[in-house]
Design a binder for this molecule. Structure first.
Ligand code: PHE
Length: 458
């Protein structure tokens, strides 16, 4: 039986859902940690170059292709690649690899998401350690490091919040695209931006605005990162991760637009909101707060110890030592939770779309089966040490770049420049020139090759 596919109910809802897809832990945790680890200003040039040469073009490709496929009843990479190759089984197999990437990511992503919810409640109800007032970062963080390790060991409490998070994701996906995902984004995204701005101002102004030095560290642009292959991999990987590209997560959301939606505008809005929450809000919270509390020397050291250090140990240690600390820590973790929730929905929806569109499963069956896989993966991440870091490097950076390469080749060269250009200029008020298609078809893949080559030859 062919069921009618849903479409986003309102334009604002569509933009907010897509922004919720892109804005996530990547913006508030992954970005500041990577930037700090790769030298702040040295990271930012490869980052902005990757945004322009790869991020924006691939964002537009995924929107255009998503609308094209949605009109024809497909929403997952499996269905989309199938559509382009006469539903050949090899094409569907490669497409399914694309769907596997977001599912691999959500397996660890949702485990982290559940910590944010757990930490939010524990902060508010006074179960977090008491802050130690000292300028020595090690001493200040000690109790929080122990707390984090005990919590994620995993503890019983962590298991409870993991299940709450899993069930919440199931409920929202089960309610569907409009009543579930769109409504969550309409409520969550404005709240997220408000809380982000609030914490940004608090971090920057701490200790008589010393926090601003942290922002300067990130924006002290310099050329030294350009020579380093790892900086390029991580910067371009971050662009893909943060914009949710290279795995069809954006294309899946785009497949639910109305047939005549202006997807170029939607794509630019998605990227614009995401970058605002990353390079303005994300850059203004964690690093500036750490600077204000512990000074410049602490930054490289904090960054070395991994992504979670900053968000789950440094940030609560700092916030809890301020007036209304428990409340501020609560706001920080709820901010992370909303960001993560609207992204974990987006990471799971491609698989739901695969089951519904390609296998014609009922909605409940599609959502439940997808979530069962996520439940299994999240438990593997919780119990196997290092599983999470490995997944993040391979699924969260390397495979994204590889799959983006496949997308560019198929959607521009196999589909054809003329066909792609026709779709690109359909129903939009922003007319891109044809040279944009040639540019994206050549420069973007060359850029990915260059990064790959650089990496292998290291
Ligand atoms: N973009 C999200 C983030 O920054 C992660 C994500 C990737 C979400 C891919 C959906 C799809 O956290």
């Amino acid at each position: 039986m062919d069921r009618k596919r849903e479409t986003w109910a309102t334009k604002a809802g569509l933009i907010l859902a897509a922004a919720g897809n892109a804005v996530g832990l990547g913006n508030l945790l992954r970005f500041p940690s990577k930037a700090a680890l790769y030298g702040g200003g040295a990271f930012m040039l490869p980052y902005f170059i990757s945004l322009l040469l790869l991020g924006l073009p691939v964002m537009l490709i995924e929107w255009v292709i998503g609308r094209y496929a949605g009109k024809r009843g497909h929403g997952s990479m499996t269905g989309i690649l199938g559509l382009f190759f006469g539903h050949a089984s090899w094409a569907r197999a490669i497409g399914s690899l694309g769907v596997a990437i977001p599912i691999l990511i959500v397996m660890y992503y949702i485990w982290i998401e559940s910590w944010t919810l757990g930490f939010a409640f524990l902060s508010l109800f006074g179960a977090m350690p008491e802050p130690v007032i000292t300028s020595d970062p090690h001493q200040a963080m000690e109790p929080f490091v122990t707390f984090f390790k005990t919590y994620t060991a995993p503890s019983f409490t962590a298991g409870v919040f993991l299940w709450i998070t899993l069930v919440l994701n199931w409920i929202i996906l089960q309610r569907g695209v409009v009543k579930g995902i769109e409504i969550t984004a309409k409520i969550g995204m404005p709240a997220l931006i408000f809380m982000g701005l609030l914490l940004g101002v608090i971090s920057l102004s701490t200790n008589n605005w010393i926090g601003i030095e942290g922002l300067k560290f990130i924006y002290n642009l310099n050329l030294s990162g350009l020579k380093d292959p790892m900086t390029w991999i991580e910067a371009s990987g971050q662009i893909f991760f943060t914009l949710s590209l290279g795995m069809g997560a954006i294309a899946t959301y785009a497949s639910y637009v109305k047939p005549k939606e202006d997807v170029i505008k939607a794509g630019l809005w998605t990227a614009g909101i995401n970058e605002f929450v990353e390079v303005i809000i994300g850059a203004s919270i964690a690093i500036p707060a750490a600077f204000a509390m512990f000074g410049a020397l602490a930054i490289p050291e904090l960054a070395k110890e991994g992504t979670f250090r900053l968000g789950f140990m440094t940030m609560p240690a700092i916030l809890m030592s301020l007036p209304l600390g428990k409340l501020l820590a609560f706001v920080w973790f709820i901010l992370l939770f909303i960001a993560a929730l609207t992204s974990s929905l987006a990471l799971t929806q491609p698989l739901v779309a695969l089951f519904e569109d390609e296998m014609k499963w009922s909605h409940t069956r599609a959502v439940t089966f997808s979530m069962l896989l996520v439940v299994l993966g999240a438990h593997l991440c919780a119990y196997i040490p290092n599983f999470l870091d490995e997944l993040d490097f391979w699924a969260g950076a390397v495979f994204l770049l590889l799959f983006a390469l496949i997308e560019i080749i198929v959607f521009i060269w196999v589909f054809g420049v003329e066909n792609f250009y026709r779709e690109l200029t359909l129903d939009t008020s922003i007319k891109l020139p044809k040279s944009f298609v040639y540019f994206t078809g050549t420069i973007s893949p060359l850029f990915i090759f260059f990064i790959g080559y650089f990496w292998f030859s290291e």
